[in-house]
Design a protein around this ligand. Structure first.
Ligand code: NAI
Length: 292
């Protein structure tokens, strides 16, 4: 049920690829809550994906922008300034790693791709913030939210170089949050979301096992994309005006857990005498018995 908590607010929502995307759910809810916004995604994503439907449903302008490009960011902000003057919120909901896509382990990175991962998934937030502050695009008490994952704090071996990208993203949010806060009273936060079945999420090796593990480790269960959208909306609203520079866990409690009884039960089965804990031929780099 909508409460109108974004009535009169305007913004930019990045990264709505399809109906599973966290940004897609956020756009639908932002609309319900009374906001107006511009939708944007990488040109290739707009050509191939169904984002036009979302734009029609929400009455939003849909603009292509590669958010690693300052030129594209400026064009996007020109459009936002023309339509709204200043805006109240920005959702940074983008991520991409060529190393993850090509199944490159953290110890076998292609460094050109590594740069690309960091640029798309983290530096793009800095570019969006710096360009917005230069142009004074975001109104006082505005809110910028990025999306991250707990692999920034703890080791999840299959997350490859995205782990570094998320650490950088969180650092940018924290540090830029200081500067934007003192200069313009704009808040900047990241939400650390549970594994979520989206295109980006499912690209990570062993995703199905990860999501099951997280579900069993979280007292409240995994947070869905819809629930993430609801949390994002609260951070865009006036009810969270003094929350800034935070990395906010939205994960059903996963980040505070050490172990749960059902997992201990699974681990404590009877081991045959001399049985190895790790399966035969298990490779610590790829995590797979069937590779290398
Ligand atoms: P998604 O695949 O629906 O969204 C990722 C978006 O990034 C796509 O729309 C894609 O077109 C866009 N993108 C990639 N390169 C771009 C570029 N150069 N310029 C502009 N846009 C670009 O997946 P999801 O899960 O909704 O991802 C949103 C955010 O949530 C990402 O930052 C992701 O890392 C983060 N996240 C996702 C989790 C998951 O398990 N799905 C868990 C924690 C965080």
């Amino acid at each position: 049920m909508a409460h109108g908590i974004l009535t009169g607010k305007t913004g930019i929502i990045t990264g709505a690829l399809d109906e599973h995307s966290i940004a897609w759910k956020t756009a639908l809810l932002a609309k319900e809550e009374g906001a107006q916004f511009i939708l944007t995604n990488a040109p290739v994503a707009l050509r191939m994906g169904p984002a036009k439907e979302l734009a029609e449903q929400t009455g939003a302008q849909l603009l292509p922008a590669d958010l690693t490009s300052l030129e594209d960011i400026n064009k996007l902000y020109d459009a936002a300034a023309e339509q709204f003057g200043q805006i109240d919120f920005v959702l940074h909901s983008i991520g991409m790693s060529p190393n993850v896509r090509k199944d490159r382990a953290y110890t076998e990175l292609n460094y050109d791709w590594y740069h690309k991962t960091l640029d798309v998934s983290a530096v793009s937030l800095h570019k969006m913030l710096q360009t917005a502050m230069d142009r004074d695009l975001i109104r006082e008490w505005g809110s910028v939210v990025g999306l991250t994952y707990i692999a920034a704090q703890q080791v999840f071996p299959r997350y490859s170089d995205m782990t570094d990208a998320k650490s950088l993203l969180e650092s940018i949010a924290r540090t830029y949050g200081y500067f934007y806060g003192v200069k313009k009273k704009v808040r900047v936060n990241t939400i650390s979301q549970s594994p979520t079945p989206t295109t980006a999420g499912q690209g990570v090796g062993g995703f199905d096992r990860m999501i099951t593990f997280a579900e069993r480790m979280s007292p409240l269960g995994n947070a869905s994309a819809q629930e993430c959208a609801e949390y994002i909306i609260s951070l865009f609203s006036d009810y969270t005006r003094k929350v800034t520079m935070q990395n906010l866990y939205h994960d059903g409690g996963f980040s505070k857990m050490g172990v749960t009884d059902p997992l201990l039960d699974v681990m404590s089965r009877e081991w045959a005498p001399g049985e190895e804990f790790f399966p035969q031929g298990w490779d610590p780099i790829t995590g797979a018995p069937d590779k290398k």
